[in-house]
Design a protein around this ligand. Structure first.
Ligand code: ATR
Length: 282
């Protein structure tokens, strides 16, 4: 049944709390589909024990590891190599173990790009004027994708303006920075809005800023996927925007890690998407 019965592999995700993570659902789905003899396990790792547990995980010969809150930034202190994508974001969501080394990567840029072109295949970066809301790690991933694709215009608005200024300094002088109080900053010029804040996430405050005045038919992308219909998407749909949640980005960011760990190309399927949706609805 399995291709290499004798070699039992292990992979997993570390974080604290760890119960909410959808990573096991996604990876176990691909492990089964591709008949890989592997267990994917969630491991609770508290902040103070990160270095020690990472060492044990490496000793146990894990194929790979996903990293979630609160370790995404701190883990960079305990790895041997940091890929450029993780350097740009200042955080890692995926770890590879190669020749005794721990390598940190961030696959959110890949995930965001793939989700965008899957949902909007004719997206023309060179013609779009984008507003990114938020200035955390996710905002850096999204912003770096737009910059790489030569977006026509990009603005960032954040509650803490210093964090937005730092992204501009680190990534590109092309980025225009706006104060939170300036919302809705001439939205009539904007053709794409991305919400990278936690506003609207399950258990967080709702996204209740009005998007009135935005171009009709524009694109609204939330990185949040729980709930499936987010408060940001609702605001966007009121203005006749085409809105998507962060579910596809979640699947695609996982795909990149899986591919690297197992040298096996997993497939995005509607069946997988439905499995995750059902886990959120229930
Ligand atoms: P991630 O890694 O997912 O980007 P993060 O780095 O913690 O997470 O960033 C969270 C983002 O949500 C930030 O832009 C944060 O704004 P501040 O930088 O001003 O803190 C934003 N955010 C969180 N709660 C918010 C709120 N109540 N109102 C506005 N923005 C909020």
């Amino acid at each position: 049944m399995y291709k290499d019965k004798l070699e039992l592999k292990i992979a997993g995700v570390i974080g604290d709390p760890i119960n909410h993570t959808r990573s096991p659902l996604i990876h176990q789905y691909w492990i089964n589909k591709n008949q890989i003899n592997c267990f994917y396990i969630p491991i609770r790792v508290r902040s103070f024990e990160l270095e020690k547990k990472l060492f044990y995980i490496k000793e146990l010969n894990f194929s790979g590891l996903n990293v979630t809150i609160p370790h995404k930034e701190n883990i960079l202190n305990f790895v041997d190599e940091i890929k450029d994508s993780a350097k740009v974001i200042g955080a890692a969501n995926t770890i590879y173990f190669k020749n005794g080394k721990i390598i940190a990567d961030n696959t959110d840029t890949y995930g965001f790009y793939q989700s965008l072109i899957k949902n909007f295949p004719n997206y023309n970066f060179k013609k779009e004027k984008v507003l990114v809301i938020g200035a955390g790690g996710a905002s850096r991933a999204v912003t770096s994708v737009f910059l790489k694709q030569n977006i026509q215009e990009i603005r960032i608005i954040n509650r803490n303006i210093d964090k937005a200024m730092k992204i501009k300094n680190d990534l590109s002088s092309k980025i225009k920075i706006y104060n939170w109080s300036e919302f809705p900053i001439s939205l009539n010029e904007i053709t794409t809005i991305v919400n990278t804040t936690s506003l609207g996430n399950l258990g967080s405050e709702h996204f209740n800023l009005s998007l009135k005045g935005v171009k009709k038919g524009g694109i609204a992308i939330d990185l949040i996927y729980n709930p499936l219909k987010t408060s940001f998407m609702k605001q966007a749909e009121k203005e006749n925007m085409r809105a998507i949640n962060g579910l596809d980005m979640l699947i695609y960011q996982a795909k990149s890690g899986f591919q690297n760990w197992f040298k096996n190309k997993p497939t995005y399927t509607n069946e997988l998407r439905k499995i995750i949706e059902d886990s959120i609805k229930s």
